[in-house]
Design a protein around this ligand. Structure first.
Ligand code: PMP
Length: 345
């Protein structure tokens, strides 16, 4: 009664747990183990409560100018969101007619099917191959797609996709393609150039991973002006609060800090991948800040529970494709040593 049918039957998105357990080694939601830039910390100290009387800039102009500078584009090519999740949701409202189709690859980010269900439009998960690679483009059925989400590099697998295939998908989809680059700073290449060259491509980025600001809720999209303008038309007036606008600027300005942390995480990732392989795990080559790996025997659920009992939290996605794997966020070297010691025990 009173609740839309599509909402009544909706299976909501399940975020990774955020337990407040002392001493917990938290490797389940791909947060960054290192702190945000000292410039962010200093700007936070300088924020006066008095200034919060006023609404923030509805256009987040200074932040968007800083992001535009980073990408060598115009501020009109940049949209800022309350986390990249907000932007993904706005895309389903801006770019899909009631009967338009939303598509994504399976497995990829488990929010996409939920967004499609909320939008109450036809939806299609295009299966990746058994090795979690892209299938041949001819079998993807892209001609009917109004909005396509492609996670690059993919999550939860961590796999990077070849540029020619990504570009071919962008050209084959008649609707809008969102290249979700939440993890791109841990990857060898970005496809941001496609969003500035092709009329139907947006690239989304997150401050939650490489910038160590998951708690701030900030993300952005870059792309062609008409698509960016469409997002502006439908967003909440004040979708980015004043604090996030201010701190986001400092985070973008300190590329050296972000890069150094991402490089440390990449180095740790390589070391842990080798150690897991030596223990007999099948480890997919990762271009992200996590590893997707199958323990010998494939009892991922059992190992998840045993790690949990030792105060180490990783992520398990039940289901036929992913159920034999664990997704392990890369933490500090000490945290990863504790994980490896627990696995050896
Ligand atoms: N895209 C992917 C693929 C993700 O894994 C996540 C994190 N859950 C997001 C987007 C959302 O990130 P944000 O914190 O910027 O909303």
């Amino acid at each position: 009664m009173g609740i839309r049918a599509s909402v009544s039957k909706l299976q909501p998105y399940t975020p990774g747990e955020q337990p407040r357990v002392p001493g917990l080694i938290k490797l389940n939601t791909n947060e960054n183990p290192y702190p945000p830039s000292p410039r962010v910390a200093e700007a936070l100290r300088q924020i006066a409560a008095e200034g919060l009387r006023l609404y923030p800039d509805p256009l987040a102009a200074d932040l968007r100018a800083e992001i535009a500078h980073l990408h060598g584009c115009a501020p009109e090519n940049v949209f800022a969101g309350n986390g990249s999740d907000e932007i993904l949701a706005l895309c389903t409202r801006a770019f899909v007619e009631p009967q338009g189709e939303i598509a994504w690859f399976d497995p990829s980010y488990s929010l996409y099917p939920v967004l499609a269900a909320i939008a109450d439009t036809p939806a299609r998960a295009i299966p990746l191959t058994n090795e979690f690679r892209l299938p041949p483009i001819e079998v993807m059925g892209l001609r009917s797609v109004s909005l396509m989400f492609v996670t690059v590099p993919n999550a939860p697998t961590g796999l990077a996709y070849p540029r020619p295939e990504i570009e071919a998908i962008c050209r084959a989809v008649p609707g809008v393609v969102v290249l979700d680059e939440a993890y791109v700073d841990f990857a060898p290449e970005s496809f941001a150039d496609l969003a500035l060259r092709l009329p139907n491509v947006l690239v989304t980025r997150s401050f939650s991973k490489s910038y160590s600001l998951a708690g701030l809720r900030l993300g952005y999209a870059i792309g062609p002006r008409p698509l960016i303008e469409a997002l502006f038309k439908i967003k909440d007036s004040y979708n980015i609060d004043a604090i996030a606008q201010r701190l986001g600027i400092e985070a973008v300005r300190d590329q050296a800090w972000m890069r150094a942390n991402a490089d440390r995480i990449i180095a740790t990732r390589g070391r842990v991948a080798d150690a897991l392989a030596a223990l007999g795990w099948k480890v997919l080559p990762s271009a992200a800040n996590f590893l997707f790996a199958r323990p010998p025997g494939g009892d991922a659920a059992g190992i998840f529970a045993k790690l949990r009992a030792r105060n180490i939290l990783v992520r398990h996605f039940p289901g036929p494709r992913t159920g034999e794997y664990l997704r392990i966020t890369i933490g500090t070297d000490e945290q990863m040593d504790a994980l490896l010691a627990a696995l050896r025990a």
